[in-house]
Design a protein around this ligand. Structure first.
Ligand SMILES: [Zn+2]
Length: 204
């Protein structure tokens, strides 16, 4: 709904006139001539949040992968389990397809997605109009649905309930980092506005 028929905004960059209108959540108004953001609720502030959250999540990805997530004690034999231990176990048992899928969706895709989001959002925040950022943005769109860290975190909790009947399971430091990683991954997805990033990167 238009707020008023004669309410106009003037672009601070190219001085073109733009009709003002009421915006919904995560919508923004851009200058049709130069692409400058004139008004918006999900604009550059959200992009800065996405940049900060993706950088934090990248550090957490490293911590979640180098510390064991849980230790499993059965009949006196204790084993520490990293995220990668599961991939290794499946591979050595001959489940190579599943091992590759787990490696891709629990390690490779989340790390790549977060790196790409960090790069694109940093380009937007710093005002770098890098043409290479546009294919990276498309890659982020493709990888978003393959970033299964939050699902992996929930699956770990469910598997511990089951494993507890076979032996003693103890949560290790990696579980804490993985839970935090799941939270920061969800925050990154929530704040990273792909449509806004595309508009910012395509500004002349
Ligand atoms: Zn303009």
């Amino acid at each position: 709904m238009n707020e008023s028929a004669d309410a106009w905004l003037v672009c601070p960059r190219c001085h073109a006139g733009c009709r003002d209108r009421k915006l919904g959540a995560r919508e923004f108004l851009i200058c049709s001539r130069c692409g400058e953001e004139l008004k918006g609720t999900g604009g550059m502030g959200a992009m800065q949040c996405a940049c900060a959250f993706s950088a934090t999540a990248l550090v957490l990805t490293l911590l979640a992968n180098v510390y064991p997530v849980l230790s499993f004690d059965v009949a006196g034999n204790s084993q520490d389990n990293l995220i990668f231990t599961g991939v290794e176990g499946l591979w050595s048992q001959g489940y190579r397809g599943i091992a590759s899928l787990v490696f891709f969706s629990a390690i490779a895709a989340p790390a790549l997605y977060l790196s790409v989001v960090f790069f694109v959002s940093a380009c937007c925040c710093l005002g770098w109009r890098l043409r290479s950022a546009i294919p990276m943005l498309r890659l982020a769109e493709t990888l978003e649905s393959w970033n299964l860290i939050p699902v992996f975190a929930v699956a770990c909790v469910v598997s511990v309930v089951k494993l507890d009947t076979l032996g003693q399971v103890t949560w290790e430091a990696g579980a804490f980092w993985m839970a935090l990683l799941a939270v920061f991954t969800l925050l990154t997805i929530q704040f990273f506005n792909k449509r806004h990033a595309m508009v910012v990167l395509q500004r002349p």
